[in-house]
Design a protein around this ligand. Structure first.
Ligand code: A2P
Length: 341
């Protein structure tokens, strides 16, 4: 599919969702060579129209759509939709870039962060490339350069994940509960397992037999696969917080070779897709609202020595979970495919 001047038939599956709509705007922003655009969602949304570069595009029903002729399909409509339809699109000749966790851990499906392991995208025997989970995604551009030079042995990470990671209904639930509680009304959790407004919930995705949540284990499995090193130990805790857009992570790493905060800053200033914001003053660190929301880079700050360990380092990592954590990386993968990668 390598051709600098050709344009592509691009399908977005889940085009009306929180990630799908940002995929659409990023395709336009980055001027991806879209020849034909196909927007797909459930029968509920079929017949509605969405704006792309000033033109109205019809949303079609995925169930009745024939994928023949689609070159690249960006899937973000949940695991069960990917499971059923991604193989059908791939069989019809499309390269599928899938944002669900359905295929991520299959050995014959590459799991790719565009700045970190783009070479892996080339080998896609099933025609599917998996987009990592948002919380792993934003860690990788920061940790990969450190791992390459200093060797990471262990990662301790606690996440502070915004409600947009749970889709449009997650955003609506935080808004609704906040308004209801400020009006002294009762709330009833629907999307989340407990009250999310003015609260934190240490539970994302399902519980597994080992007592961790699947969201936590994604950090373990995906870090090892993307960094191509099964020896890395990862100790994760994943928490949902009442923030609309932007995930944050408190990260502690133990390296083979000692890395000082200044060495880390220097390395990260040169890392693609990473922006260092690290001054010891009010506002001299990234937050989801002030830095990440609506922006592309992964921001890193609060870089400091872990004085409890001879080779420990602490970092604070923030990114827009819908952009770098999902839609932006998916479009970057589409660019790799379009450029013959
Ligand atoms: P729809 O808007 O028609 O429900 P979010 O992650 O924000 O909840 O968005 C999920 C996206 O996936 C939406 O575009 C939604 O379409 C789409 N979707 C959900 N279930 C299906 C399905 N069974 N078939 C096709 N699209 C689906």
């Amino acid at each position: 599919m390598s051709n600098q001047n050709r344009s592509f038939t691009v399908a977005i599956v889940g085009a009306t969702g929180a990630v799908g709509e940002v995929m659409l705007s990023i395709l336009a922003e980055r001027d991806f060579p879209v020849g034909k655009l196909v927007l797909l969602a459930s029968a509920r949304s079929a017949g509605t129209q969405v704006d792309f570069k000033g033109q109205k595009v019809d949303v079609l029903d995925l169930e009745t759509f024939d994928p023949t002729g689609v070159d690249i399909a960006l899937f973000s409509a949940g695991g069960s939709v990917s499971k059923e339809y991604a193989p059908k699109f791939a069989a019809a000749g499309a390269v599928v870039i899938d944002n669900s966790s359905t295929f991520r851990y299959d050995a014959d499906v590459p799991l790719v962060v565009s700045e970190v392991n783009p070479h892996a995208a080339k080998n896609r025997p099933r025609g599917i490339i998996a987009n990592p989970n948002c919380s792993t995604m934003q860690l990788m551009p920061v940790l990969a350069p450190i791992h390459r030079e200093y060797g990471i042995e262990r990662i301790n990470v606690a996440t502070y994940q915004s409600v947009s990671g749970a889709g449009r209904s997650g955003l609506e639930e935080l808004g609704r509960q906040t308004a209801q509680l400020l009006a002294f009304q009762d709330i009833e959790p629907k999307k989340f397992q407990a009250q999310i407004a003015f609260n934190l919930i240490p539970h994302i995705d399902e519980f597994l037999a080992n007592g961790y949540t699947k969201e936590e284990m994604k950090l373990v499995w995906e870090t090892r696969k993307i960094l191509e090193d099964d020896s890395i130990q990862v100790n994760p805790t994943a928490v949902r917080v009442p923030v609309f857009y932007g995930h944050s992570e408190a990260v502690n790493i133990e390296t083979k070779k000692k890395i000082s905060p200044e060495q880390a800053r220097e390395l990260l200033r040169a890392a693609p897709g990473v922006e260092v914001v690290d001054e010891h003053k009010a506002g001299g660190y990234p937050t989801p609202v002030t830095h990440a929301s609506g922006r592309d880079p992964v921001f890193v700050g609060r870089i400091r020595e872990d004085f409890s360990h001879p080779r420990g380092l602490n970092l604070w990592v923030v990114a827009d979970n819908i952009r770098k954590g999902a839609a932006l990386n998916a479009v970057q993968l589409a660019e790799l495919v379009a450029n013959g990668g």
